[in-house]
Ligand binder design. Structure first.
Ligand SMILES: Nc1ncnc2c1ncn2[C@@H]1O[C@H](COP(=O)(O)OP(=O)(O)O)[C@@H](O)[C@H]1O
Ligand SMILES: [Mg+2]
Length: 463
């Protein structure tokens, strides 16, 4: 029997199985065909298909089809999930150049053996050799935020990389969950001209056509078929997100392969899909700020007007609330967590709607009758405030800012915080200003409240 043509979890590495994204692919290649040989930065939520897209761009046939000769254009994919607190810029360069050398064995480069010798001059020499051979290098840097957020990579590193990209035949294709400029470890990096070399290309949900193609293409020539009702149910449950679609299709395929009857089939794929998808939905929720959660909650309630919870709220108020959240919705749209359904936004799939309502139910259950929706949702959300996870700090704070906030919330003065963290009082006040900006507050009290709501406050014993 044929193996399941739907897979999820691992990126798509076979160009024949890659669906859609024609516009983004053309955008990237047109920038590479440009005499300036320009870099691009792919931005999209976890699991929306960034790594798959990078692999697709690295495919020689795909390059040929877009007017680049794979003999002259060398694409090197690098998974930067490997970068950690131990990784130095020189070590990363040593790795990158080592990989390049396997693609171009004729390159003579002694400095490769000595990490300490890998300065900007040595790098320029290396790329001079490639230029002289008429080669163009494209580095595909997956999860590049692991570098921009890593304090080992200072301004020199980014300055050097930019200068190589400008003066040599080097282009970068990065992927990251948010725009790189939002994912830097310091203001100095954030304001660096490095980021000017990129055009941001958003990797969002599939279009309706791409979503349908994902479901149907994989079944071409297969004895197993999905009927129209099933396809509609899959698209509704999974939305236009390639990961969720692949997962839902995978389980329906399996049910069909096991020759289950229609009811058993539906029961099977829905249960398995839900099991698979739920942790990711919870993660999207955890990585949303309070405004995003409120907007998502309002949209979920609007999707299910018959839900007992929805009946407690005034639909007009809900619509007004989501209409007032234009900027938040635009951001959620960019993240692929909502999709436009003709007249309004909805959570990106039906399972997410259910998940949100369930989460609301749990937190609103024994709360007093709310005064206003806004208040009710706020209260509910405060209770479900996210725990701090190492890779995503609340309010978009940097680890340093978080530390400053924690001590401020514990009641220390600026001078005391400065002493505690071995910083100058001026630096502390700069951090505080940035914390205020990020949290949208303008006082110590309000910042402290944020810290309390997010359970960030240090205990006495931590001091
Ligand atoms: N263009 C695509 N065509 C078909 N399936 C895709 C495509 N992009 C993503 N997928 C599916 O989504 C899953 C997640 O994609 P991946 O590239 O790993 O996302 P990211 O790197 O953004 O986290 C893949 O395992 C695959 O099942
Ligand atoms: Mg990835």
């Amino acid at each position: 029997m044929r193996s399941n043509p739907f897979t999820f979890g691992n990126p798509i590495t076979d160009a024949r199985r890659f669906v859609g994204r024609a516009r983004q692919v053309e955008q990237v290649f047109s920038r590479l065909r440009n005499v300036e040989f320009e870099s691009s930065s792919l931005v999209g939520e976890r699991r929306v298909g960034k790594t798959s897209l990078l692999y697709h761009l690295a495919d020689a046939e795909v390059q040929r089809a877009h007017g680049l000769d794979p003999q002259r254009y060398l694409f090197l994919y690098v998974d930067l999930a490997l970068v950690d607190a131990m990784t130095t810029p020189a070590r990363l360069w040593q790795y990158l150049l080592g990989q390049l050398k396997t693609l171009v064995p004729t390159i003579d480069f002694a400095a490769l053996r000595d990490v300490a010798a890998l300065d900007n001059f040595a790098l320029a020499e290396f790329f001079d050799q490639l230029d002289a051979q008429g080669l163009y290098i494209v580095l595909l840097l997956d999860e590049f935020e692991n570098v921009t957020r890593n304090a080992n990579f200072g301004p020199d590193f980014f300055y050097g990389l930019r200068s190589l990209a400008i003066h040599h035949h080097l282009a970068l294709l990065t992927s990251s969950r948010r725009e790189l400029i939002e994912l830097t470890h310091s203001d100095e990096i954030r304001s660096s001209p490095f980021f000017n070399i990129f055009a941001n290309i958003n990797v969002r949900l599939f279009t309706p056509d791409e979503a349908r193609a994902l479901v149907t293409n994989a079944l071409a020539g297969d004895a197993i078929r999905f009927d129209e009702n099933e396809i509609a149910a899959l698209l509704d449950a999974a939305g236009y997100n390639p990961y969720f679609l692949q997962a839902a299709c995978h389980f329906l395929y399996e049910a069909r392969a096991q020759k289950l009857g229609p009811d058993a089939r539906e029961k099977f794929w829905r249960a398995e899909f839900s099991k698979q998808a739920t942790p990711h939905l919870a993660e999207y929720w955890r990585h949303s700020d309070d405004k995003e959660k409120i907007a998502l909650a309002a949209l979920a309630l609007l999707e299910q007007p018959q839900h007992p919870l929805a009946r407690e709220f005034d639909a007009r108020e809900l619509r007004a609330l989501s209409a007032h959240s234009e900027r938040v919705l635009a951001h959620l749209d960019k993240r692929g967590l909502v999709s436009w359904r003709g007249e309004r936004y909805a959570p990106f799939n039906a399972l997410f709607t259910e998940w949100i309502l369930h989460a609301l139910e749990e937190t609103l259950d024994d709360a007093d009758k709310p005064h206003t929706l806004n208040q009710a949702l706020r209260d509910a959300l405060a209770q479900s405030a996210p725990q701090v996870t190492p890779d995503e700090l609340p309010g978009g704070l940097s680890p340093r800012e978080l530390e400053v906030l924690q001590w401020v919330a514990a009641g220390l003065s600026d001078a005391e915080v400065a002493a505690k963290l071995v910083l100058s009082p001026r630096t502390v006040s700069t951090h505080l200003q940035s914390i205020y900006n990020k949290l949208g507050v303008n006082s110590r009290v309000a910042a402290t409240r944020f810290a309390l709501e997010h359970r960030l406050v240090k205990r006495e014993s931590d001091k």
